[in-house]
Design a protein around this ligand. Structure first.
Ligand code: C2E
Ligand code: MG
Ligand code: MG
Length: 732
C-alpha cells in the first residue's frame, strides 16, 4: 500500500463518522473515497461510486468542470479552482433530485486529490425563508461547517503523521474555540491500562494537569477514570455535587471546573486508547450539538492516537530484529554514524560471527537454529549491557559499537564477549557448544561507518582463519592483505578471460595390475608476473568471490577438450575433473558439463567428477540435484579428500556416487604408522562393502604404494607413480 493510500485508510474511518457527505476525487473527477454520509446523500453504494466518475451523480456540466480540474492540477495550482463551489442538483438512482451545497478543496499534502464536500440543502429555504430559521438551526448549520473545518485540519495533520500530542493540542483548541469558556483534555493510559496520563490539555492550568496525571482507571474516579473504566460517555453536569468527582473537590472549587463530560477512546479492537474530555466553569448539560461535537472530537482523537501508535509499532518493527529483539543493521549503521559524529576518534566496532553456525543450523534444523541465535543474542546482550551498542547484523553476525574506546577497553569487551560462549547453550533440551570469531576496528584509522564495519569484518575473517574462537584487531598488515586480495581477484577475473589458466594431468593407476586407469585434471594459473601458481593459491579465493563458477566452466572446457587426446592412449583411460561444491550448487553446472561433452564429442562414461567431501555436505541439496543429473548422463562421481569430513559411507552409498578418494593425509607417513594403516584398511573394507571404488592419493613412496596395494585400494595416485604434467608431455 502506498503512503497516501495508507493515509486515506486512516482518514476513511473519520470520513465515515463525518455528518457531511465527503468524496475524494482525483484530478480527472474519478472517485477515490466516499464516506457513509455521501452514500446516504447520493443514494449510491460506495462500490458504485469508487473508481467511477463523480459526474455519475452530479449534472453533466458540473462533471465537465470537475474534469477540468486536471488542467488545474497540471498547472500545479495549489489551491482549489474557483467556480466549483455552489448549490446544484444531485441526481439519485431512484430518479429524485436533491439540492446540495458543494464545496471543493485540495488535500493540503496531496494536491492531486480533491475533497468534494456536499450538504443536503433541501431544508434551506430561499433567502426570505431563512429569516424564519430558528437560531438553533442556524447554529447547527454553522456547527456542521465548523466541524468540517476541524475535521479537515486535524485529518491533515493525521495524514501527515504530525506529532501526536501537537495534533491533540490543536484538536482541543479547535473545540475550545467553538465553545468559548470550555477546556478540553486528552488523556492516554499507561502500558497496563491502570492509570491515565495527560497527553494534551493546552488550556488547563498546569497544577490541575499535574493532579490529573496518574488518574486511576476505575468506575467512580472522576469523569475520565469512569469513562475509561466503563467504556461509556460520562457526563457530570455539576462536579460540586456528583459523587464521582467527590475526590477532586479541591480542584473543582479552586479552578471552577463545574461540569465535565468525558468520552472514552477506543480502537476497532475495543482497546482503550484514552479519553477526550470537555470541562466547563459552570454547571451544564450538553445539548445534541455538543454531544455530536464531543463524539466527533473523540473520533479524531482516537485516530490521532492510533496513527501515532501504528507509526511507533512500524518504527520499532523496522528497528528491532524480530528474532532476537536486537537493533537491526540499519539502526546500527545509523547510530554508529551518530557516534562517529560525536567522538570521531574513539569508536571501536566489533564484528562477531559464530563459528560453524551453518553446520549447526543444518544439523539441528532451522527453527532450533533460530532459538540458538536468540539465546546467543541474549547472552551477548547481558555482556554488553549499556556499555555499548549491540545489533544483529544479519544471520549469525552481530556487531558492537563502543564509544570512548581504546585498544584495552575494546579487548576487554571482546574477551567478555568471547567468554559468553564458555558455557554451552541449552536449547530444546540439547546443549550446544558454540564459539565466535570477533574482529575489531577503530575509528582512528577509519572514520566512516561502513568502512569501519568492513575492517572489523576483515579482522573477523582473520580470526576465523586462525582457527576461530578468538578475536583479532584490524591492522595495517590486514589492510595490505585485503588490498592484495582485491588485486588478486581482479587479476583472476582477467586470467579466466585471457586464457592464463592451463591444465596439468596426473596419472591414476589401477593398483591391481599397474595399468594406466586415467588422469586427474589439475588447474594452474600462469600469472603474468608471479609465474605459475598452484590451485591452493587461487581456488579458495575463487570460491569466496564466486569466480569459481566461470573458472569451473573454463576448466571443464579445457579438460574435456584434452580428454579427446588422453582417451586415445587406451580404452581404459578416464579423466577426473575437480568440481567445487559451490559450482555444484550452481544449477547450470550439469548443463555446462553436457555442453562441453557434446562440443568435444566425448563419451560421458570417460569422465569422472571429483567433489570434495566437506563442500558437498555444505551444499547438499543443490549439489545432489546436479550429481543426479550428471549420473543420469553416465558421468561417474567420486568424493575427493574423503575422511576429512564427517560423512558416513553408508549415506554416501545411497547417493549417485561411484567411489571415494581417500585423503592424502591417510596415505602420507603410512609407512611408519600402523594405526594409519588400520584406518586406511577399514575405510577400504567399508567402502567396498557398500560397492564403492577406493582411490588412494598422495602415494609418495614405494612402501606407501605397496601398502595401498596390499589393502586392496582399487586405484592409486601420487608423486611416486607420476607427477602432474602438461598434456604435451603425456601425448605427442
Ligand atoms: P586434489 O583434488 O586432492 O588434487 C590432488 C592434489 O594433490 C594436487 O595438488 C596434486 O598435485 C597433489 N598431489 C598428487 N600427488 C601427490 C603426492 O604424492 N604428494 C603430495 N603431497 N601431493 C600430491 P594441486 O594440483 O595443488 O591441487 C590441489 C587441490 O586444488 C586439488 O586437490 C583440488 O581440490 C583443487 N583443484 C585442482 N584443480 C582444480 C580444478 O580444476 N577445479 C577445482 N574446483 N579444484 C581444483
Ligand atoms: Mg581431486
Ligand atoms: Mg584430494
Amino acid at each position: 500500500m502506498n503512503d497516501f493510500a495508507h493515509q486515506l485508510n486512516w482518514m476513511s474511518a473519520v470520513f465515515d463518522n463525518a455528518p457531511t457527505a465527503i468524496v475524494a476525487v482525483d484530478p480527472n473527477g474519478i472517485v477515490m473515497l466516499v464516506n457513509s454520509a455521501a452514500e446516504k446523500l447520493t443514494g449510491f453504494a460506495k462500490a458504485d461510486l469508487v473508481g467511477g466518475s463523480l459526474a455519475k451523480v452530479l449534472p453533466p456540466e458540473y462533471g465537465h468542470r470537475l474534469a477540468a480540474l486536471h488542467e488545474h492540477f497540471e498547472a500545479a495550482a495549489p489551491d482549489a479552482p474557483s467556480g466549483l463551489d455552489g448549490v446544484l442538483l444531485l441526481r439519485r438512482p431512484d430518479g429524485s433530485d436533491v439540492p446540495v451545497d458543494v464545496s471543493v478543496a485540495t488535500a493540503a499534502d496531496e494536491p492531486s486529490t480533491y475533497i468534494v464536500s456536499m450538504r443536503d440543502v433541501t431544508e434551506r429555504r430561499p433567502f426570505d425563508d431563512a429569516l424564519r430559521f430558528s437560531s438553533s438551526q442556524v447554529r447547527q448549520e454553522r456547527q456542521a461547517t465548523d466541524d468540517l473545518a476541524t475535521y479537515q485540519r486535524v485529518l491533515d495533520r493525521i495524514a501527515r503523521g504530525a506529532a501526536r500530542d501537537q495534533t491533540l493540542v490543536e484538536l482541543c483548541r479547535d473545540v475550545e474555540e467553538r465553545y468559548p469558556g470550555t477546556i478540553c483534555t486528552v488523556m492516554v493510559p499507561d502500558e497496563n491500562s491502570q492509570v491515565l496520563y495527560v497527553a494534551a490539555a493546552p488550556s488547563m492550568p498546569s497544577e490541575v494537569s499535574a493532579a490529573l496525571s496518574g488518574l486511576a482507571i476505575a468506575d467512580g474516579v472522576g469523569a475520565c477514570g469512569t469513562a475509561a473504566a466503563t467504556g461509556e460517555l460520562t457526563i457530570i453536569d455539576d462536579a460540586l455535587t456528583d459523587p464521582r468527582t467527590a475526590g477532586f473537590l479541591d480542584i473543582v472549587k479552586s479552578h471552577d471546573l463545574r461540569a465535565v463530560w468525558s468520552s472514552p477512546l477506543y480502537d476497532s479492537d475495543n482497546r482503550l486508547l484514552g479519553t477526550f474530555a470537555l470541562y466547563r466553569r459552570v454547571p451544564h448539560t450538553p445539548d445534541d450539538a455538543e454531544l455530536k461535537t464531543i463524539s466527533a472530537a473523540a473520533g479524531l482523537a482516537s485516530l490521532t492516537i492510533q496513527r501515532a501508535e501504528s507509526d511507533r509499532l512500524l518504527r520499532t518493527a523496522a528497528e528491532r530484529d524480530a528474532l532476537t529483539g536486537l537493533p537491526t543493521r540499519a539502526v546500527f549503521l545509523n547510530r554508529l554514524n551518530t557516534m562517529l559524529g560525536e567522538s570521531p576518534k574513539s569508536v571501536a566496532v566489533m564484528f562477531l560471527d559464530l563459528d560453524r553456525f551453518k553446520w549447526i543450523n543444518d544439523s539441528i534444523g532451522h527453527p532450533s537454529g533460530d532459538e540458538v541465535l536468540a539465546a546467543v543474542a541474549e547472552r551477548l546482550a547481558d555482556v554488553v549491557g549499556d556499555e555499548a551498542l549491540l545489533a544483529r547484523f544479519g544471520g549469525d553476525e552481530f556487531t558492537v559499537a563502543q564509544t570512548d574506546s581504546d585498544r584495552d577497553g575494546a579487548a576487554k569487551l571482546a574477551q567478555r564477549l568471547a567468554s559468553a560462549f564458555a558455557k554451552p547453550l541449552l536449547v530444546n533440551g540439547r546443549e550446544h557448544f558454540l564459539t565466535a570469531s570477533i574482529g575489531i576496528a577503530f575509528s582512528e584509522e577509519q572514520a566512516d561507518a561502513s568502512g569501519l564495519i568492513r575492517d572489523a569484518d576483515a579482522a573477523m575473517y582473520a580470526a576465523k582463519e586462525r582457527g576461530g574462537s578468538r578475536w583479532e584487531f584490524f591492522d595495517k598488515k590486514l589492510r595490505d592483505r585485503i588490498v592484495r586480495r582485491v588485486t588478486r581477484e581482479n587479476e583472476l577475473r582477467r586470467a579466466i578471460d585471457r586464457g592464463e589458466l592451463m591444465m596439468e594431468y596426473q596419472q591414476v593407476e589401477r593398483l591391481g595390475n599397474g595399468a594406466l586407469a586415467g588422469f586427474e585434471a589439475l588447474v594452474r594459473w600462469n600469472h603474468p608476473k608471479l609465474g605459475r601458481l598452484g590451485p591452493a593459491e587461487f581456488i579458495p579465493l575463487a570460491e569466496e568471490t564466486g569466480l569459481i563458477v566461470p573458472l569451473g566452466v573454463t576448466v571443464l572446457d579445457l579438460a574435456i577438450r584434452d580428454a579427446v587426446r588422453l582417451c586415445t592412449i587406451s580404452d581404459e583411460v578416464r579423466l577426473s575433473i575437480n568440481v567445487s561444491a559451490i559450482q555444484l550448487g550452481d544449477p547450470n553446472t550439469a548443463a555446462h558439463v553436457d555442453a562441453a561433452l557434446e562440443r568435444h564429442g566425448v563419451d560421458p562414461s570417460r569422465i569422472i567428477i571429483e567433489v570434495t567431501e566437506s563442500g558437498f555436505m555444505e551444499q547438499f541439496d543443490h549439489a545432489l540435484a546436479t550429481l543426479q543429473r550428471l549420473a543420469a548422463r553416465g558421468v561417474s562421481i567420486v568424493i575427493d579428500d574423503f575422511g576429512t569430513g564427517y560423512s558416513s559411507i553408508a549415506r554416501l552409498a545411497e547417493m549417485p556416487i561411484n567411489g571415494v578418494k581417500i585423503d592424502r593425509s591417510f596415505t602420507q607417513g603410512i609407512e611408519n604408522d600402523v594405526r594409519a594403516e588400520l584406518v586406511l584398511a577399514s575405510i577400504t573394507r567399508l567402502a567396498h562393502a557398500f560397492g564403492l571404488a577406493v582411490i588412494a592419493e598422495g602415494i609418495e613412496s614405494e612402501q606407501a604404494y605397496a601398502i595401498t596395494r596390499k589393502l586392496g585400494c582399487d586405484f592409486g595416485q601420487g608423486f611416486h607413480i607420476s607427477r602432474p604434467m602438461p598434456l604435451e608431455s603425456i601425448v605427442s
